[in-house]
Every structure is written in structure tokens, then in C-alpha cells.
Design a protein around this ligand. Structure first.
Ligand SMILES: [Ca+2]
Ligand SMILES: [Ca+2]
Ligand SMILES: [Ca+2]
Length: 460
């Protein structure tokens, strides 16, 4: 099904009408920086991603020509059936501005949950693993040629016992024991994992991470040497449960709490602990329903979690709540967890998904720097009404903390927009520059959206 045809296009750079020295924050559709638009082409008319598959965007810093940004997105179209739900892989040279896209899967399904997780192996090949939104048992595995995102091998398919969604690629283990893992939701609607035994080997079922009667949500991040995977979990879907946030870690064999105590010594069997056995980071209740947005590790390899908290859900059935979210940041010191409310997050993206916020990106190279998407003023909570169209839009703000994440100073990245700006990502890239990617346009549901994938490149 893979289409090898690739199109190299010169990416459109829209100058926002102001230099970095003279930001004009009152201008219509203000963007702090030069806006790069990756989509909007005939073969990739738009794009979106969900936030439970990572890494969604990576940088090949060892590319022989220049650092190469890569990500996937799902396209949507009301009219052109051939563009409904393609999985598009994009690349972009971070020095030249030259980029392009290939279709990794034609019409995989118009659902932003179908975006891929990416991992670059030491030999330069990029692995892309993806699944549909729990509608079948297939995990699709694609790999590129070394440092060549234009050339992809034929798809392989790993077939699970249960329907699969949300792939996450991470490493754990030391020395010869270090392996690549794919954590997904599969058996029992619970987090399970596959393991790739060696480079070029086959994916095999690895075990069950957690066990819950509901469907817990998880995000993962590996520590800097790739030996241990941090696991951040909720109890269930926030529509069904007043979620808390929990943390633990795994070396691929056992599950530990935040302090290193063993919770499940053997992950290969089907006996697993519930999310609530992990270390409590934030206690949910009917007035504080949590959902994680992003996770990272700080310079000491300690976990950092950004999450949203819904304040207005008590006694409200779905569609009637989610008008007041807050963003929180939690950090682990070694002695325990500290968490603080850091910004007003505004409203849900749309009714029924009352806990969909604009989300948060933690800079993986500096956890004191965040990008948030909100349709409320981050400090006052006042509705952000655009001067452009007198409507409320989600705008991006970047924040810097000088008190270890207790509070942030916010500065607009977008302002007075004529569209929404949501779901930022800051890919890992050890550089003097920072890439901020996001979705810009109209996001109606996870199956219907007309958002462009855009970015700015900043000096750190
Ligand atoms: Ca296409
Ligand atoms: Ca297509
Ligand atoms: Ca077990």
C-alpha cells in the first residue's frame, strides 16, 4: 500500500510582517517568527495528530547534509476521497528549508489517532509504527533507508491478539539488554508492549504494563541514556472517571514506583497492577479531573509532567462541562512530587471530548520552557477574543520559569488569529535552535479537521 512516489517541494515561509526585534502583537494573525507551513499541498492538503503516540516528531541531527526534522500527520478532506486519512510523512531540512512528503499509507483512515510513532535507529534508519484507532489488530511497521526519509521499505505488519491503538517507541535496558519497545493500548484496552529483540529482528509480544477495568491513558518518555522508561498514567478516560495522575518507571522487565520500589516484578505475564498502584502525582476529584499533556525528563533525568485539570465537571453529563481547564506542571525531586497550577487553559476543543485542551509542549532540552495552547489568557483566565474576527481562538504562548516550574512568565507566540493554534510539539534536538510545531486551522473533531501543520524555528 505504500506509495514510493515522493514530492520535493519548497516549503512556504510566510513572513508575519514583523522582525524578531519588533513584534507587533496587535497585528492580525501575529506569529512570533517566520511561519513554516508543511501541509497545504496537493498530496498533503492538511494534517493533524493525537497526543498519545510518541515521538511524533524527531530531528535527525546526524543527517549528512543538515539536521532533518521529520513527523507524520493524518490528512482530512470533505471532498476529495483520495485524501481522506492518508498517513503523510514529512521531512524538512532545518538549514536549507527544503522539504517534502511521502504517503506512508494511502487512506489509512481519517482519524488523527492514526499518526505514527517515530524512532531513529543508530544506523540512521527511521522506524514508523502506526495503528488505526482500535478498529483492528494491525501494527504497521515501516522503515526508511539510512538518513533518507524519501525512501521507505515495504510495510510489515505485526498482528496482535487484540485491537490496537496508540504506539509509543522507547528504549530500556543497559548494554546488550537494551531493547526497543512499542507501548500501545491493546489487550483488555490496557497498556501492553511489543519488543524488538535486536536490530533487524522481529517484533514480539512483550507483556502487560498495567491492568484496569477501564481504559487508562498513558504517556511515556525514556531517560537520557535510554535505559529506563518513565510511565505516566490516568485511572481511565476523563469522561468516565475523575482521573488522578500517577507515575512509575520500567526497565523492560519490571514496573517500579517513583521511588524505585518494585510493583510488578514480571511484566511478561498477564497479572498486572492498576494505575493507582503507581506513585500518586495529582489526586483527582469531581472538581479536578486530570489528563496528561506532555512528559519529559530534566537534566537530572527526573520526570516532569504537564497536565490539564477540568474544574467544572461536577454533576455535569458529557457535553456540558469542560469550559474551565487549567494547566499544571509536576516535577519529581527524588524526595517526592511537587505540582502547581501554572496557567488557565480555557475551554475544551469541542463538546463531548470535554477534556480535549489545546495541550502543552515541554522543551525536552529545557523543562523550564513550555509552549501552551489556550483560548483564555494564561494569567487572568479572561477569554481570548481575537481582534481579527471577534471570535475566541486558541493561541500559543511560550513560558519560562525561574522558580523550578512553580510559575511561568507567558509571552504570545500567536495572537489575534483568524483560526485556532493547538497541540504544540517541541522535538528533542540538542541545538542552539528550537523547533515549535503545531496545528493551525479548524479542528472540529478527531475525525474532521482542516488544520495545517506549521512550525517556527527559534533561537534558544
Ligand atoms: Ca495524500
Ligand atoms: Ca491518498
Ligand atoms: Ca506481571
Amino acid at each position: 500500500m505504500m506509495i514510493q512516489r515522493s514530492v520535493v517541494v519548497l516549503l512556504i515561509v510566510v513572513f508575519a510582517g514583523c522582525g524578531p526585534d519588533e513584534p507587533q502583537e496587535h497585528a492580525i494573525d501575529f506569529v512570533r517568527g517566520d511561519l513554516i507551513i508543511f501541509t497545504g499541498t496537493a498530496g498533503s492538503p492538511n494534517g493533524a495528530w493525537c497526543w498519545f503516540q510518541d515521538e511524533r516528531a524527531i530531528v535527525d541531527a546526524n543527517h549528512p547534509d543538515e539536521p532533518m526534522l521529520m513527523f507524520t500527520s493524518i490528512s482530512a478532506s470533505d471532498r476529495d476521497s483520495t485524501e481522506q486519512g492518508d498517513l503523510d510523512f514529512h521531512w524538512f531540512g532545518l538549514n536549507s528549508g527544503q522539504g517534502g512528503a511521502v504517503e506512508l499509507y494511502d487512506r489509512l483512515g481519517q482519524d488523527d489517532h492514526n499518526a505514527a510513532a517515530l524512532f531513529q535507529q543508530e544506523n540512521g534508519q527511521v522506524l514508523a509504527l502506526f495503528s488505526r484507532h482500535g478498529s483492528d489488530k494491525n501494527v504497521y511497521v515501516a522503515h526508511s533507508e539510512a538518513h533518507n526519509p524519501q525512501k521507505w521499505n515495504d510495510l510489515e505488519i505485526y498482528q496482535d491478539e487484540a485491537n490496537v491503538t496508540y504506539n509509543n517507541l522507547l528504549t530500556a535496558g543497559v548494554g546488550k539488554d537494551r531493547k526497543l519497545y512499542d507501548f500501545s493500548r491493546s489487550r483488555g484496552w490496557n497498556p501492553n508492549f511489543l519488543v524488538l529483540d535486536s536490530l533487524g529482528g522481529q517484533w514480539q509480544y512483550g507483556g502487560r504494563l498495567l491492568s484496569s477495568e477501564g481504559r487508562p491513558y498513558l504517556k511515556y518518555v525514556d531517560n537520557r541514556d535510554g535505559s529506563r522508561i518513565h510511565v505516566v498514567a490516568t485511572d481511565q478516560h476523563p469522561r468516565n472517571f475523575d482521573n488522578s495522575i500517577y507515575h512509575g518507571s520500567t526497565d523492560g522487565h519490571s514496573l517500579y514506583d517513583s521511588f524505585g520500589s518494585v510493583l510488578d516484578a514480571e511484566l511478561r505475564d498477564q497479572d498486572a497492577v492498576p494505575p493507582s498502584a503507581l506513585t500518586l502525582v495529582f489526586a483527582g476529584n469531581p472538581d479536578n479531573v486530570a489528563w496528561m499533556a506532555d512528559v519529559a525528563v530534566d537534566e537530572q533525568d527526573q520526570p516532569v509532567i504537564a497536565f490539564s485539570v477540568q474544574k467544572d465537571g461536577r454533576d455535569h453529563p458529557p457535553k456540558l462541562a469542560g469550559l474551565d481547564h487549567r494547566f499544571h506542571l509536576a516535577r519529581f525531586s527524588g524526595d517526592g512530587w511537587q505540582q502547581h497550577e501554572i496557567a488557565f487553559a480555557g475551554e475544551r476543543l469541542y463538546p463531548f471530548e470535554d477534556d480535549y485542551t489545546g495541550l502543552v509542549a515541554i522543551d525536552p532540552e529545557n523543562v523550564n520552557h513550555l509552549v501552551i495552547s489556550t483560548n483564555a489568557d494564561p494569567v487572568t483566565g479572561e477569554a481570548l477574543v481575537s481582534r481579527a474576527d471577534q471570535k475566541r481562538h486558541y493561541e500559543l504562548f511560550e513560558g519560562t520559569s525561574i522558580d523550578g516550574g512553580k510559575s511561568f512568565d507567558w509571552k504570545a507566540i500567536t495572537q489575534h488569529s483568524t483560526m485556532d493554534n493547538i497541540r504544540p510539539i517541541i522535538p528533542s534536538w540538542k541545538s542552539e535552535r528550537r523547533v515549535v510545531l503545531w496545528l493551525r486551522g479548524s479542528y472540529t473533531t478527531y475525525e474532521n479537521f482542516d488544520t495545517q501543520v506549521v512550525a517556527i524555528i527559534q533561537d534558544r
